[in-house]
Write a protein that binds this ligand. Structure first.
Ligand code: BGC
Length: 368
């Protein structure tokens, strides 16, 4: 055979093999756990699925509702620190209450090729779209603090929110076993707000049934905004000619608004008020005497546990979750942490002992 023909056949063969390899690789890159990924979210998918190559640095996406409250800044910082301490990295985006933005930010994280997504939903129902999109790209999703409803969420980690409501109502009923109550709820779009209210009414109901307690005003607070809680509390005072004996507010930010409305009527410090979150302003109001109690949820415990679970799951490792919580679609494997009631008498051995706030900050205005 002539030399020119042999060379030509060699080049042709090499070219054909290269083409075949490219075609196979291309096809493979669209397969994630047997499902087909639509084009546009196919980047990096080979690193997803049940086994992530361990040499690669794990990247977690953290999609947050808001950073406009003290607690979420703590969540952001502590979660980042915990993930980094585990040798992984985290990309954080916050949507500040905008559902469409939260979904598009999550899409950005998915297309950036995160190995796992952690979501704090603004809207429990709307964020189901995020879970579906992540799963199409082979990315598992953890619901952080708030439950995503009606989606195949992989794990839910939070505090026991029903218990938070029970602790609030137990504290207030022990001070005011009879009288007119106001309930200032959270955002109806947040599953936690529903659980908190359930907990409060678990405790109040027997008092209501006996006729000892009447709930004279009961409203949700749109988007958890203190301005909305303030308007609601003003309405409650007006409708009852200031004849109110106790207030339970779904968190410290709304409790602050309640106390502002009470103050405008010269009633601050005279009517018991409950909140939750152990925000610094609330801890100060407690030692000053205008807020009765708060519920302390050590964010570090939540952030550390969530980070550990997220990194393990991203590596495809098994994560034991003792509980199951129904989210309208499935029984979600869940981890629920315990909250603690805090008032003037145990401020030092809870919030301050843990370094959640410094003693100096808490007692700044009362000097102690
Ligand atoms: C959280 C609270 C928080 C509230 C408003 C709830 O889902 O559990 O800690 O105060 O959202 O952001």
């Amino acid at each position: 055979m002539d030399r020119g023909f042999v060379q030509f056949r060699m080049i042709f063969l090499t070219f054909s093999i290269a083409l075949l390899c490219m075609a196979t690789a291309c096809e493979k890159s669209h397969e994630v756990r047997g499902s087909v990924v639509p084009s546009g979210i196919s980047k990096n998918e080979e690193s997803k699925g049940d086994k992530v190559p361990h040499k690669k640095k794990i990247k977690i996406g953290f999609s947050m509702d808001t950073l406009e409250e003290e607690r979420w800044l703590k969540d952001r910082d502590l979660f980042k620190e915990a993930v980094e301490n585990l040798g992984a990295e985290v990309e954080i985006l916050a949507a500040n209450g905008d559902d469409a933005l939260q979904i598009s930010q999550a899409e950005t994280l998915i297309s950036q090729g995160v190995d796992l997504l952690v979501v704090v939903p603004h809207n429990a129902e709307a964020t189901a779209a995020i879970v579906n999109k992540a799963h199409l790209a082979g990315i598992k999703v953890i619901s952080y603090d708030r439950l995503v409803k009606n989606a195949d969420i992989d794990l839910y980690i939070s505090f026991d929110n029903e218990k938070v409501g029970e602790l609030q109502a137990e504290a207030i009923t022990s001070l005011v076993p009879k009288g007119k109550y106001v309930y200032i709820g959270g955002a109806i779009t947040d599953n936690n707000a529903i659980l908190l209210k359930k907990g409060v009414f678990n405790v109040l109901q027997p008092y209501i049934d006996r006729g000892d307690i009447t709930v004279v005003y009961d409203q949700w607070t749109q988007d958890w905004l203190p301005a909305n809680a303030f308007t609601n509390m003003q309405a409650a005072l007006k409708a009852n000619k200031n004849q109110i004996d106790a207030v339970i507010a779904a968190n410290d930010a709304t409790a602050g608004a309640v106390i502002k409305a009470l103050k405008a009527q010269g009633l601050d410090g005279k009517i018991p008020v409950a909140g939750q979150d152990a925000e610094l302003a609330a801890a100060q109001r407690i030692v000053e005497g205008t807020q009765t109690m708060t519920v302390y949820k050590p964010i570090k415990v939540l952030a550390d546990a969530a980070a550990k679970i997220a990194v393990k799951m991203a590596k495809g490792e098994e994560v034991p979750a003792g509980k199951r919580v129904n989210n309208g679609k499935i029984e979600v494997p869940s981890v629920l942490l315990m909250p603690t009631a805090v008032n003037q008498s145990n401020m030092d051995e809870t919030i301050i002992r843990d370094g959640f706030h410094s003693r100096e900050d808490v007692y700044r205005n009362v000097g102690k």
